[in-house]
Design a protein around this ligand. Sequence first.
Ligand code: ADP
Length: 572
Amino acid sequence: MLKILNRIIGITGKYKTRIRASYITSFFKGIMMKAPLIICFIAISLFMENRMDEAKCLYLGLAMILSVVLEAILEHLTNILQSAAGYMVFADLRLKLGDHLRKLPMGYFTEGNIGKISSVLATDMAFIEENCMGVLSELVSFIISQGIMVAMMFVMDIRMGALAVLVVIVFIIIGNLMLRMSLKHSVIKQEASESLTEEVLDFAEGIAIIKSYNMLGDKSQRLSNEFEKSCKESIDFEMAYGPWSRALYLAFGIGTAAMLAMAAFLYNAGEISNSYMVGMALFLFDMFVAIKSYYAQMARLTVTDASLDRIEEVFEAKELADVGKRALDGVMEETEIEYDNVSFGYTEKDVLRNVSFKVNHGEMTALVGPSGGGKSTIASLLARFWDIKDGRILVDGQDVREVSLGSLMDRISMVFQRVYLFQDTIYNNIAIGRPDATREEVVEAAKKARCYDFIMELPDGFDTVIGEGGASLSGGEKQRISIARCILKDAPIVILDEATASVDADNERAIQEAISELCRNKTLLVIAHRLKTIRDADRILVINDGKIVESGDHTQLMEMDGMYAHMVALQS
Ligand code: ADP
């Protein structure tokens, strides 16, 4: 119990004191909850012993009202301190998680962790926020209430007290066994839920491919299997949990009956008075309610333990070092890029080996070569999606690892082949490029990116909301919106994954015009698939098997009559 409470307290950050204060209010609430019973007991004793008078009756009545009012006030205070703080804790934690995810290398997202992130955000955090924060301090009141009941038994008769302690011990043994089992199953259950989320995301994202390759049956089968697995884990959990929960009920019934039997026995033997016997009847059905409720709530908290493990796991993923880094400085107009003996591998195996080249300010460098050679990898390393193994990548003479990620990303615009648009208005999708831009600037960027005309034909123009992933626009239109974003951002370096291969002729022309606008006066790194578009590049690097195998402008490379000349011949 203390371990889980401490772990939960551990994530409460600046709200720690509030949560701790709620334990104190809850402690007194626990006492107040039992106060009416005790007052009743005193009143009955006084009546039965003929010692009740008007004044005592009045005082007891007032005490009863006071205890009920105090309990309500303490309950209210506990809620304010604890439940409200719970929501604030998780609002902060989600922001912290967002910040953390931003600093993780891209590899983290491609290694099958998307399901985990979704589960942590949608299931684990929501579960703790809604179910646990509210019950933390209740646990304190349950313990206090149970303590008071046992103490009352000792007041009546030491044997009654001893029996109550015995029943509580039985509860503790059964309850702890139940918690251990619940903990084991909750980990398995959560894992099944994570892999189900992964499968659902995979199915939803790949639905077009799945349909076009007629894989609906196969994929649905996998999805059904995951649902069945998740369902089975839930049933297993209930099956394993059920007997223990019944055992607790049984202990409750037998314990209560034993208390009554002992009281009757002692009463018959003349060892306890009439008033105590009546008091006993009064307490009887409330005798072990607190400890029973305590374990019911604790079983929910064991799921919390597993959820906290998973939340911590995501937080433990190693961020790209970015703390305390200075901003990239230097004169914007002088932007140049240098790769100095760069080696890199996604795994142990090197994908790039000793790559060195320089892109001068305002120049265009094209990366060409066979698929899988390492072109995209070279480009993504500039934006520090991953950290390199050896060598240095310099922007304006500064190592990208030595400057803050934010300032580096301010210098770079990237146009990818695969465009992602958010489920938001077209306006906001473009404005992401520079959130402080005016409406005029956004419209101007759209015009330069040749988007304006088709945007104005949409029902709400710039305020049209596009579907998730940009579903209601054509591939070329999405591409142009992503270029408008970059034009608005106006970063001095542009990385372009040449993306016109899969669009029609009209779109291709419009995209080329948009790209020309974007690239004006920029330092360019272009991943080229079609060689005719990069003929005018200042420098062409032929990348094969992670190495630069040829380097020069178009004429030089043609004269070399090597791999580039061969590729040009093939394409023409
Ligand atoms: P290109 O852009 O020239 O087609 P890439 O840079 O995409 O080449 O790939 C270079 C090598 O790195 C390939 O062997 C590819 O399989 C591997 N690779 C690319 N991306 C990843 C990744 N995220 N994780 C592991 N390996 C990758």
